[in-house]
Design a protein around this ligand. Sequence first.
Ligand SMILES: *Cc1c(COP(=O)(O)O)cnc(C)c1O
Length: 460
Amino acid sequence: MTLRYGSTRGDAPPLDFADTMLTGLAPDGGLYVPASFPALPDLDGLERYADVAAAVMWPFVEGAIERAAFERIVEDAYASFDHPDVVPLVPLDDRRWLLELFHGPTIAFKDVALQLVGRLFDHFLTERGRRATILVATSGDTGSAAMAATVGRAALDCVVLFPDGGRVSEVQRRQMTTIDAPNVHAVAAAGTFDDCQDLVKAAFADRAFRDEVQLSAMNSINWGRVMAQVVYYVTAARAVRRETGAAPVFSVPTGNFGNVLAGWVAQQMGLDVAGFLVASNRNDILTRWLETGTLTAEPVVPTISPSMDIQVSSNLERLLFDLLGRDGSATAELLREFRAAGHVDAPRPSGWWGARLDDDATRETIAAQWARHEVLLDPHTAVGVGAVDRVEGLPDAPVVCLATAHPAKFPDAVEAATGVRPALPAHYADLLDRPERVEEVAADLAAVEALVRRLVRPAA
Ligand SMILES: *Cc1c(COP(=O)(O)O)cnc(C)c1O
């Protein structure tokens, strides 16, 4: 059976999985979602992560790719992780587990989705005799994950713009500038992250340029990313059930809402989940919404968990669409009102909680977990772990805290809280000594377009 995908705003022609992936945003401005949620398959006898992953994702891709080819791609994607369990679940204390999502090439959770999505893009483009240029603006994590997902992919080039005057840490910059591959390019743009984002948006809006270099995005609204993240909710819930006999609460450090939305999808597919705890830093629109029922935009403030410095979480639209009875025009209307007024009353899911931690509380959590358990948490993971102690009314269930980055990705924050500087994993041991390769560009659309034209490989 071939699953079709439609827009959350209800006004775009349905597509199959491959076209959904390659299209990104729907033409009506909405996000693609499956016409219905398939049931979780029978996983009896499946133990290896890649085997579970192929089985869980198959109903989403069936009809767009051969089963054997899909299994090969999944196998290959997760062979890039340096832990045999891919996403190990480790006990933290008598109630909490850490689901370590940072064993991929760039030591943050975006690898789990992008290692797969890069390979799927390459497969579908090659099949169609096409190529694409992935253009990304990054404040840190997304850039290196997109580059690592593109290395070695024949149909893809990748250009990442990061702010030269921004808050990209040395580790994050070097993760981008030390990749030595002919089809990926790190570019330092004059200005801030917002400048980079505006330049990328303007390049996408330039239709002639977009067609000329076949611009494409792999951002967190891409359904393929959500789909890949569903898998670890399934593996973690299964492992917790084996240990405790109970269904877990998931505590999820949240920015663009892609990660926790994948948990919602897993639950809609039949996974037994006791609740979701949405953990925010001071950019707490989601916590306020879960407390009051109103979405109210506030200016973004910088924190020590920068990948969560987001106010308007794009993937929230997919949850709202489900909560509005999958009514596209009601979803479009609600979002229109939100954009116009800056606030809107929005339905809330039951069994969800929200909690916020400011930077002091985040540092306290990092320090406390180090003192008690000799575990180093990165600041994003710490927001999720600390949220469990700060929320009222959570069910008395085991809690799985999603660990979204390796502590060595944010060594300054971790060292400030604990006095210990976390060591990089083996494959990055010499990261600080590797030669850097970086292009520079003015914050100017014509300059960026000229650079991209020069960097991308000509079509074969
Ligand atoms: C991207 C990111 C997040 C936020 O995930 P969303 O899917 O955007 O909610 C949290 N932590 C880290 C380390 C990230 O890179």
